[in-house]
Design a protein around this ligand. Sequence first.
Ligand SMILES: [Zn+2]
Length: 573
Amino acid sequence: MSMQEKFSAWLVPVVLCTLCGPALAADGQAETIFTNGRIHTLNPEQPEAEALAIRAGVIIAVGDTDTITATAGPQTQRIDLGGKVVLPGFHDMHVHPLFAGVRQTECKIEQGSTLEQIQHEVQACIDRTDTGGWITGGQWDAHAIGQIPDRSMLDTISPKNPVLLSDTSGHSAWANSKALAIAGVTADTPDPEGGIIERDSGGEPTGILREAAIMLVRMHVPPHSYEALRAALEWSMNQMLSHGITSFTEASTGFVAGMTREVKLYADMADAGMVKQRVRLCLNWEPGNAELEAVIADRNLYARTNVATDCIKIFLDGVPTDSHTAAMLDPYARPMEGRSDDASRYGMLLVDQDVLNEAVTRFDRMGLTVKFHAAGDAAVRAGLNAFDAARTANGFSGQLHDVGHCTFVSREDLPRARALGVTFEVSPYLWSPSPINDDISKEVGDERTRRVWPVREMIEAGALVVPGSDWAVVPSVNPWIAVEALVTREEPGGSAKHFGKEQAVSLDQAIRLFTVNAAKHLGMADKVGRIEPGLLADLIVLDRDPYSIPVTELHQVRVEQTIINGTPVYQAK
Ligand SMILES: [Zn+2]
């Protein structure tokens, strides 16, 4: 090798490094140090620290300011936190980012709107749309409207434009007559498998569609363009970064734009460097779905370093609202108007237990993780039964499957999560001030509602518990609203009204759900979830210390900076 060749070989990496980011510090030295902060590490061996050092995206030291400053060299970037608080990055284990982003572009109706407000909003949307163009959006709630709405209430304002509006839960939709006509839904249309077309006394569709019946109409809505989907997802991921969410699980891949398009979208955006968070995609399952099977077969072609495609989402039931679609062990407290069938009294399990056991056992054997939607206690039990069947057939696979939502869980089923090595995922963002809760209390009754989302009992039973926002079912993806709800079970800021008060947990437990527990659930406890040497530098800097403010102010905590792998990905203005 000539002198010149030796020189070039040495020069090239140095030049590349200067171009691509902060200069690499000399061996052993930190690239970045944060000092003079209040760092809550969630590491029981060293719970508090003032400073930390990062090298190549990894936390290399945690300690007091003097010790950490000593690890710095001439090229080290030094950041004085000025007393600010640092926590590990937060995980959202159940979120619908594409849905949330697309919703921004649709007809937006504020949660809890009255019928008059909804009609006013829809009229404004019609005014902005061509005659005959689709009006889609949401959200409506039977409780806020004062009754279960019907198509005539939309027909009066929209005789020409088809309208399809989701309720807050996303498990029911409200169509006008034009939309039903385009979809060919008439008195003669049978209820689809796993869905209900609500009908009046004459057998005519009322316009209310439950669960799988929604697709009968939705499939006629023109698809979103690729550019629109990309913009929607980019917006949502940025929203999550601004709230300190460094890792999330897309809980319903395929719901908005079809599964192949959605996994491809994530892969493309990851290739373009637009996916900053650690992402897991849960693919919507239904028996015999050829598109799902094709995506499963190709899953590792779509997977990227930070996009996992190893999760299957299975809907076991609906929601315990006026729709009575959550599957309950005991009957609902109120009968449904005009109906007395078993489904209206107990809700409905969307999948037969045998079919479910077989599917879950197969996915478990393949190394895939299963996430259930299970709101009613009968659905939670069916989900646990399926995990039991998989463990019996396959032994412990190492995958931590989860039962999602867990709005109602029978006391008998609580110890099963730990025994089976599966996780309970809960939805604290939904607790307040969501109008869904008034519906739930009314339909399920006060007695069972006292134990709603039994987080305290779950933890006492030794279960691994993780949180999910279910955004855009809830209006904000801000986890601090959920942290406060976990601790107070009241509305943000405190209220006389409460929801499942006996199930409140401590602030430390609440924060652990979002960090330590979520990392364990993802099999990443050796990489993220705490702040300690050797772990990846996924960090959030906060504007105040959650541990030293009144719990009723937790919802006001703001994220000032979000850091993933040591790189700032969000900075508050
Ligand atoms: Zn969801």
